[in-house]
Design a protein around this ligand. Structure first.
Ligand SMILES: C[S@@+](CC[C@H](N)C(=O)[O-])C[C@H]1O[C@@H](n2cnc3c(N)ncnc32)[C@H](O)[C@@H]1O
Length: 274
């Protein structure tokens, strides 16, 4: 399956908010460049009508231009490598690609990512905020389920933080392929990965369940996540104004909100079972 690449030239002030809106209509990977913003969506999830509507709304608010092109899987690395720069989370985790210099000793953890077509380089708030929350939770000898793993970045961090049983899954076969590769790059072989949804997972209980997806899928699947966690549920991929709905659904399923963090309108929440 191919991707669509959307190139946008837009005022920096609008870039963040537009990313959030593009994520709502299915775009799941973003790269900010000096020229503007590039966003990617799987061909099967792309609705040109939704994009046109969104662009028309923005064109009324700010000067902008956009172009769309279809890109094939094999061209992805080239596109991505020219735009990716290393990033850090809370001065503790350094995320880089294979072609970057290794992290300095000041970082506690280094993660090496080759994202192919998958979401999860740490550049997006929905990812970095879950990572920041993970850093606050004791993972030592714990079990972790990573729902919608993308590049595998959260599962890999879980392994680096000391979790000893980690399963990740995704509905996107490229993500599964890519996570496999990233697990090897990071020597985190105890992470297992499968293609599927929460419904196709073996009924097991984990100490920590992570899900960075989107508001609608989370609202639908929270009751299932609640049966998979014995303790923590970390959710991300929605706006601050969606917290109340997410919280109500989690509470109705026996979970208690412990804290939330937010950046550029994106929120991430920690729930616990007891
Ligand atoms: C926003 S990305 C998050 C990736 C990564 N976990 C991170 O935090 O950067 C969401 C991922 O969830 C996957 N996904 C979407 N719906 C899903 C579902 N119902 N079950 C499992 N994975 C899903 C997508 O293919 C995508 O890789």
């Amino acid at each position: 399956m191919d991707y669509f690449e959307l190139s946008l030239s837009v005022e920096p002030d609008f870039s963040e908010i537009l990313m959030a809106e593009l994520a709502e209509i299915g775009f799941d990977s973003f790269v900010e460049t000096d020229e503007g913003l590039q966003a990617y969506v799987l061909e099967s999830e792309f609705q040109e009508r939704d994009l046109k509507q969104l662009m028309e709304t923005y064109a009324e608010k700010t000067p902008m231009s956009y172009s769309l092109k279809k890109i094939e899987k094999q061209n992805w690395n080239e596109e991505w490598e020219s735009n990716f720069s290393p990033i850090e989370v809370l001065d503790k985790v350094y995320i880089r690609a294979t072609f970057h210099e290794p992290a300095g000793e000041q970082y506690e953890h280094e993660i090496v990512i080759t994202p192919k077509m998958s979401f999860g380089t740490g550049h997006h708030e929905t990812t970095s905020q879950v990572m920041a929350l993970q850093l606050e939770i004791d993972h030592k000898d714990k079990s972790v389920l990573d729902v919608g793993t993308g590049t595998g970045i959260l599962a890999i961090l879980a392994a680096k933080l000391g979790a000893t049983k980690i399963h990740a899954f995704d509905i996107d076969e490229w993500s599964v392929e890519n996570t496999q590769e990233n697990i090897q790059l990071n020597h985190t072989d105890l992470v297992t990965i499968s293609l599927g949804t929460i419904d196709s997972q073996k009924a097991e209980v984990y100490d920590i369940v992570l899900a960075n997806i989107n508001r609608n899928i989370l609202l639908e699947e929270i009751p299932k996540y609640a049966t998979f966690t014995s303790d923590y549920l970390l959710l991300s991929g929605f706006y601050e104004h969606d917290i109340a709905d997410i919280q109500a659904k989690a509470e109705a399923n026996g979970l208690k909100k412990i804290k939330h963090i937010s950046k550029n309108n994106w929120a991430a929440v920690v729930f616990r079972k007891h």
